[in-house]
Design a protein around this ligand. Sequence first.
Ligand code: OGA
Ligand code: NI
Length: 356
Amino acid sequence: MYSVNMGNDGDYDWEKEVEEFEKTKAGVKGLVDSGVVKIPRFFIDQSEKSSNVAQLQIPVIDFQELKTRRMEIVEEIRKASEIWGFFQMVNHGVPMSAMDAILEGTRKFHEQTKESKMEYYSTDMMRKVKFYTILGTLQKSHAASWRDAFSCTFTDDMLDPAAIPPVCRNEIAKYMKFMMKLRDTLSDLLSEALGLSRDFLRNKQFLKSESLSCLYYPACPEPEKTFGTEKHADPTILTVLVQDDTGGLQIHHENYWVDVPPIKGALIANIGSFMQLISNDKFKSVEHRVLARSIGTRVSSACFFYPSSDQILKPYGPLKELETPPVYREVSYLEFVTCHQKKLSEGTSTLVHFKI
Ligand code: OGA
Ligand code: NI
């Protein structure tokens, strides 16, 4: 039984409530299926949920005829990465069928019986294939997000397919092939947008490992009290996201929360904080969040790109090739992510921690 439902503050035991939730290994969907009408308190975040009053729109970049329009596209990516840290991509070469399939695979994984999902349930960050709501240890200062995640880590582009559950194995394997192809295109374009040689990021293997997060946002009985995803910045080099048509994703821009409207067939790219660091603040990693809602389930799939296994231990600071005075000290990606996890729970920025 959840102590939160006893209506007596004195009886409320935060740790116990989190522990009882974790023990079910059934995630947020398990709570919803059991018919909760009040959300457990460790999900509560009453922050302002208003969205943009200004008519701001994040850039949409058309990748059609990349060969002949390359300079123009590089320029659009540069501007979007400097000003917004986010852009939507259309005609990017990933077929609609693969995008539909990954969203369907995400739904299928989460809509299995809870017994089938349980064996993947883990809060251990190092596990390559895992089902979770809370990753690592939740801090009291930080609310949990009203969504479940299933994630698969491809180290240096590789993950044994047998490790992926059969219900979504083909969808994930196929989608990841397209993600790696798009990654090659994007790393070249981002290198050029930074004013570096086209193969710079590719040669350094800065986007050589991936973690695919298949996210499931069940309807919430008290959507105004929590978030689908708490505000955060991604500790990656780059993230590529596919969302369904329900909406709810917002990014923080000039003190507004700006909606990222679903566009059929589009993929969303966002600059990660480690990219902001190596680009010496040229490219921006921007905070974003997902609103919870009272009806309907939302699904999305986020592909996080980060350095190869032999690069994650090497210290990196702002790239010397950029020839700007460094504003960050050197840090390895591994140390950076570890710090990100800790800082997230304190509600402070990872990047500030490495400022010179
Ligand atoms: C994330 C994220 C957004 C979404 O998982 O880092 O920002 O739309 N997800 O699910
Ligand atoms: Ni994110």
